[in-house]
Design a protein around this ligand. Structure first.
Ligand code: SF4
Length: 460
């Protein structure tokens, strides 16, 4: 029993979170920055924060994650980190030669009250930012919000510093990627490509955090949205945001700055969310839905129909990020499963409202919780009160799965104990197919291992 102190009985807690379903803001800001080609994320704070954020990403993506830090000492903690950042900008451009430095704050620099606008202006006045190079920045105080908030804040900074309208609108649709895997971004681009839609995807971590091993080290891998593309987002006809929590703010800022209308849809996880994304892209890029996608959709439905007997009525607990959990819950309902417990550490009304709407009639016994007090301890308590057939979430779920002997499907961030998430997308019809196969594998493996011998079947 790894989590032997978890009790089925819940006690009211006001100031204690145990095993939170989230991580800190700068992790998200750092991840988003890596989706711009030639960009070096910079952590304005102590070395410890930067090390933690880098290692959180490295452990998940199994790739070296480059980032620099202002390396606060006791002195900068008291008097402010202005001179550290100006020196860092100078050193970074001289030694590491990125095209862009994306600065984000940490708890420490936010508490001191460092003013990034003023510090970066000073670096520019002092001639520390070479011609043609850019320094962007965003505030990511980690005592509010989560890695999702940090990711969203970084996306908004891209709009603020790059997107430029030239009054010559192009027949291009901006696709703002919410927090998803590089494999998902690759799949989004493939869908857009088979639809022959002209799009700019940003940020784009494919080719950055899933770059091939070539024997040649590149500090700035070939992937990522280029600066020219980022600037050109200001001339696109329309913007589609994928995931309200991560992209809505960037979409609003782009509309305000460059007068580009937008629509925010869910990250296309599952059948219905993918339908909505494909429909939106088809309408706004003015392209038809090709047979190739219709056939993929048909194959997914065939898979679901063939295996309905294994899925029907199964109780599922899931935890993770709201932009993933909302369409995933919808997809589980499509599969005739019962999402009964859903937890996210990211605060926000949209999650609660979506869950109420989806589960109110379909699964009236469902419990869900969001925000800083929503944790995996409570999720485990709910499971102890009434068990589930399946757990879906990141690697931290393995302890609950082991203690309660529940089939477990890994999905979300971080996944540090299995490969695969970097290769198999969860978005689109192909991604939905991958999810169904993962769920079936987990159920059937569990059955094969635990069923009485006389019930063991060769063919299932
Ligand atoms: S929570 Fe704050 S202090 Fe801790 S690692 Fe994140 S930014 Fe640094």
């Amino acid at each position: 029993m790894l989590l032997r102190h978890t009790t089925a009985k819940e006690t009211a807690r006001q100031a204690l979170t145990i095993n939170p379903a989230k991580t800190c803001q700068p992790v998200g800001a750092m991840y988003a920055a890596l989706g711009i080609h030639g960009c070096l994320p910079h952590s304005h704070g102590s070395q410890g924060c930067c090390s933690y954020h880098r290692s959180a990403l490295t452990r998940h993506f199994k790739e070296p994650v480059m980032a620099s830090t202002s390396s606060f000492s006791e002195g900068s903690s008291v008097f402010g980190g202005s001179s550290n950042l100006v020196t860092a900008i100078d050193t970074i451009f001289t030694v590491y030669e990125p095209d862009v430095i994306a600065v984000h704050t940490t708890c420490l620099s936010e508490t001191i009250g460092d003013d990034l606008t003023q510090i970066v202006s000073k670096a520019r006045e002092d001639g520390k930012i070479p011609e043609g190079k850019t320094v962007i920045y965003c505030n990511t105080p980690s005592y509010v919000g989560t890695h999702i908030t940090g990711y969203a804040n970084q996306l908004s900074s891209f709009i603020k510093f790059f997107s430029t309208a030239t009054l010559k609108k192009k027949n291009v649709v901006n696709l703002v990627a919410g927090w998803m895997e590089p494999s998902d971004m690759r799949e989004i681009k493939r869908i857009a490509s088979v639809m022959e839609a002209r799009t700019i995807l940003f940020p784009d971590m494919s080719g950055v955090l899933d770059a091939p091993l070539t024997g040649k080290y590149k500090m700035y891998p070939d992937g990522g949205t280029t600066i020219q593309e980022m600037i050109a987002t200001g001339d696109s006809r329309f913007t589609i945001g994928l995931g309200a929590y991560t992209t809505e703010d960037a979409c609003v800022k782009l509309e305000n700055k460059c007068k580009i209308k937008f629509e925010v849809v869910e990250i296309p996880i599952g059948l219905k969310a993918t339908d909505r994304f494909v429909t939106s892209l088809s309408r706004h890029a003015n392209v038809p839905v090709p047979d190739e996608l219709t056939e993929e959709r048909g194959r997914l439905i065939d898979l679901i129909a063939d295996n309905a007997k294994y899925l029907y009525g199964k109780r599922v607990a899931l935890f993770g990020d709201p932009d993933t959990l909302i369409p995933l819950t919808e997809f589980l309902l499509t599969l005739d499963m019962k999402p009964v417990y859903i937890v996210t550490g990211t605060p926000g009304k949209h999650f609660d409202e979506s869950m109420k709407e989806m589960l109110g009639k379909a699964v009236p016994e469902a419990k869900f919780h969001s925000g800083e007090r929503a944790d995996m301890f409570q999720l485990h308590q709910w499971i102890k009160q009434e068990p589930v057939d399946l757990l879906i979430g990141n690697s931290y779920g393995k302890y609950i799965a082991r203690d309660e002997q529940i089939p477990f499907v890994r999905m979300g961030f971080p996944i540090v104990d299995r490969p695969g998430h970097n290769f198999f997308p969860s978005v689109g019809y192909t991604g939905a197919t991958n999810i169904v196969i993962k769920i079936l594998d987990a159920f059937l493996d569990h059955y094969d291992r635990n069923c009485p011998e006389e019930k063991m079947e060769f063919q299932m």
